[in-house]
Design a protein around this ligand. Structure first.
Ligand SMILES: [Zn+2]
Length: 147
C-alpha cells in the first residue's frame, strides 16, 4: 500500500546515521564533534564552525507540533491513495531549533487515517514512532490526543 513512496538514499554517508538510528528505534541528530552544535537535516559540514567531524546524539523523541498541513490532491499517485493526510513539523524537546517533518499517526503501526485532522493544533505534544516502508524505517509522530 505504501509502494511508490519517495524514500531516502540509504547509501548517503552524511545522512546514514539518522536512518541507522531510525532502524534501531532511536531518533539520532547529527552533532558537531568540535563545537557541539546539532543540525538537521544532516549534512557533511557544520554550519557554525565548518568542521566536518560529527557524531550522532540520540534524542528522547519528544516534541511539539511547530506547524502542520493536511495534504490533499493533486499529489503523486502513491500519496493520493492515502489523502487527505496530516504532515507535521515537530520541534524537539531538547532543542526546539531542530525541526523534523513527518506524518502524524494515531500510534505505532497505525496510518494517517487514524487521526482526525480537525483536532490537530500547533503546540500539541507528540513523540516519535517508527514505521518500516519498503527497506527504510521512517520516523512518524503521534500523541496522546490521537490514541
Ligand atoms: Zn561545529
Amino acid at each position: 500500500m505504501e509502494s511508490g513512496w519517495i524514500l531516502p538514499d540509504l547509501s548517503n554517508e552524511a545522512t546514514r546515521g539518522f536512518w541507522d538510528g531510525c532502524a534501531e528505534g532511536e531518533l539520532r541528530i547529527q552533532t558537531c564533534s568540535d563545537c557541539g552544535a546539532t543540525r538537521m537535516p544532516p549534512r557533511p559540514m557544520c554550519p557554525r564552525c565548518r568542521s566536518v567531524d560529527y557524531g550522532w546524539t540520540a534524542m528522547s523523541g519528544e516534541g511539539r507540533i511547530w506547524s502542520f498541513v493536511v495534504a490533499h490532491p493533486p499529489l503523486l499517485p502513491a500519496y493520493a491513495e492515502i489523502a487527505p493526510y496530516p504532515v507535521v513539523t515537530v520541534e524537539l524537546l531538547e532543542d526546539p531549533m531542530i525541526r523534523i517533518v513527518g506524518g502524524l499517526v494515531g500510534g505505532p503501526g497505525l496510518d494517517a487515517a487514524s487521526v482526525d485532522t480537525k483536532t490537530i493544533e500547533i503546540g500539541d505534544p507528540v513523540h516519535v514512532v517508527f514505521a518500516k516502508v519498503e527497506d527504510v524505517t521512517i520516523p512518524r509522530w503521534t500523541g496522546a490526543k490521537w490514541a
